[in-house]
Structures are given as structure tokens and as C-alpha cells.
Design a protein around this ligand. Structure first.
Ligand code: ADP
Ligand code: MG
Length: 272
């Protein structure tokens, strides 16, 4: 088994791309599960009202569940809301419920609306030993498919931006808007923010299009793009219906192996 070293400081990654269906949630839960499998202490924050990351990690998210909404708008702490995932004790989750759908609008009129998640996360990360818990090594924040206040909160709280890109036509379209937003946040609220990681998803090596998109993305982001590409795989798309990641659902499948390989690359490269 490949050796994963713990990062020097907690790495906080906003997994974002304003396009829907590009593999943000799938990437968040599978990278998190792979890192946890290799000894990392991981927190996933589900910040999409759909709650798909919560589902994939085996966490209930009906409307009575304490969630990210209660952190952003209800004054609750992250420690009060986190739950252990089905993947094991070293992967914990802040669930999202449908209540979050109203948060973009409700946040508009509150103080410090862009920093609510950062304040809560800083408090949580600095008090792990008070609670008798180990330091968190990785935080992955699954963002909704928009560039609104939920995504801004994730980018303000994060130290790194992680962009999954689907290998399809138009893959790079709309990305300049995302890059503008990242720069806005970096220049006004979070100077350490960097695009550290780009992962090509749903790659089909038999098609010219997939290969062209992969080359194109690598040309635009030579440093951030991981060598590993995630193949299109039925096992990956089936796993959530068993409330599992593909890492536990079918660890020997090509999709699981690719996600493990990608997580090893992330761990080896460290924070930039
Ligand atoms: P996003 O969070 O960006 O909206 P998802 O992670 O939910 O995207 O993925 C969109 C859909 O594509 C889901 O149904 C998911 O199961 C499927 N999917 C994601 N990655 C793969 C893959 N590598 N192979 C096959 N299906 C995938
Ligand atoms: Mg999603």
C-alpha cells in the first residue's frame, strides 16, 4: 500500500465548478474516502442543497437533521453538527439539507455573510484537542453548481481550490467566470487561495474528444492538473445508491483505483 504522509497543516479544499454534473460531488466523496482509507483524518462539508455528498457518505439529511444551514444561519458550531460517515470514524461529515436552498437569499442580509463558514471552520479546527479529537488533515467542501454566496463562503474558508472538469465539449467554457471569482475572493478576502488541483473526470480514452479536452486542460493548467484521469465507470455512478463511495463499494474497480491514485497525487504534492 502506498504511503500517505499527513500534511504539515490542515488542507482546506473548495471543490467547485459552477457547471452541474461535472463530478464535484463524486470527486469530493471519493477523494475523501481514499484519503481516510490511507490514514488521513478527513472532514467533508456538504454545501449543496441537494445533499448528494451526504447521501453518498451514508448520512441522513431529511429536513430535521442539523446541517450546514444551522452553521451558516442558526449559530450552531461545526462540532454540534458533524456526523460520522459510513466509511469510518476518520471521515466525518457536515450534512446539507434542503433548507440550504434558501440560504443564498437569507445570507444576503446578515453580517459577515461571506465569512460565516470560515469563522465556524477556524473555531472547529482550533478546538479539536479540547474535544479529545485528532487534528483534521483534510477538509473538502462540496460546492453547489453556482457562484453564489455558498460557493463564496467555501472559497473564503478554503486554502485551495479543487476543480473537477468533465472531459466533454465546452469543458473550458464558463471556466473564466470561475477564475474571475476565485481572483476576486483571493484579492479581497483570502490571499492564500490558490487553484491547487484540477482533476479530469468521466474520461473515455476511446474518444478523440476526451483526449482533446484532456490536452487542452493540461495546456491551460500545467501545474494544477493531476496526471490521473478518472474514467467513466458504471461502478462510480452506482455506488451512491448503496450509500457508499466506490472506494468501499468496489475497491478493485478502475474508478476506485483511479480515485485512490488521484488522492495519492494530492497527498504527495502537498499544499502549494
Ligand atoms: P456534480 O456534483 O458536479 O453535479 P456529480 O458528482 O453529481 O456532479 O456527477 C454527476 C453524475 O455523473 C452523477 O450521476 C454521477 O454518479 C455521475 N458520474 C460522476 N463521475 C462519473 C464517472 N467517472 N463515471 C460515470 N458516472 C459518473
Ligand atoms: Mg454535486
Amino acid at each position: 500500500r502506498a504511503k500517505f504522509e499527513k500534511p504539515q497543516a490542515t488542507r482546506i479544499m473548495a471543490v467547485t465548478n459552477q457547471k452541474g454534473g461535472v463530478g464535484k460531488t463524486t470527486t469530493t466523496v471519493n477523494i475523501a474516502a481514499a484519503l481516510a482509507k490511507h490514514g488521513m483524518n478527513v472532514l467533508v462539508i456538504d454545501s449543496d442543497p441537494q445533499g448528494n455528498a451526504s447521501t453518498a457518505l451514508g448520512i441522513e439529511h431529511h429536513s430535521d437533521v442539523a446541517s450546514i444551514y444551522d452553521i451558516l444561519l442558526g449559530g450552531m458550531s461545526i462540532a454540534e453538527v458533524t456526523e460520522q460517515s459510513k466509511e469510518g470514524p476518520s471521515l466525518r461529515v457536515v450534512p446539507a439539507t434542503i433548507e440550504l436552498a434558501g440560504a443564498e437569499i437569507e445570507l444576503v442580509n446578515v453580517d459577515d455573510r461571506e465569512r460565516r463558514l470560515k469563522v465556524a471552520l477556524d473555531e472547529y479546527l482550533s478546538t479539536t484537542s479540547d474535544r479529545g479529537e485528532e487534528r483534521v488533515d483534510y477538509v473538502l467542501i462540496d460546492c453547489p453548481p453556482s457562484l453564489g454566496l455558498l460557493t463564496i463562503n467555501a472559497m473564503v474558508a478554503a486554502t485551495e481550490v479543487f476543480i473537477p472538469i468533465q472531459c466533454e465539449y465546452y469543458a473550458l467554457e464558463g471556466l473564466s467566470q470561475l477564475l474571475n471569482n476565485i481572483n476576486l475572493v483571493k484579492n479581497s478576502m483570502n490571499e492564500v487561495l490558490e487553484i491547487s488541483t484540477i482533476l479530469l473526470t468521466m474520461f473515455d480514452r476511446r474518444t478523440n474528444l476526451s483526449n482533446e479536452v484532456a490536452l487542452d486542460v493540461r495546456e491551460h493548467f500545467p501545474d494544477a492538473t493531476l496526471n490521473t484521469k478518472i474514467p467513466r465507470s458504471v461502478r462510480i455512478s452506482e455506488a451512491p445508491s448503496f450509500q457508499q463511495t466506490v472506494i468501499t463499494y468496489d475497491p478493485a474497480s478502475p474508478g476506485a483505483i483511479a480515485y485512490e491514485q488521484a488522492s495519492l497525487e494530492i497527498a504527495k504534492r502537498g499544499a502549494k
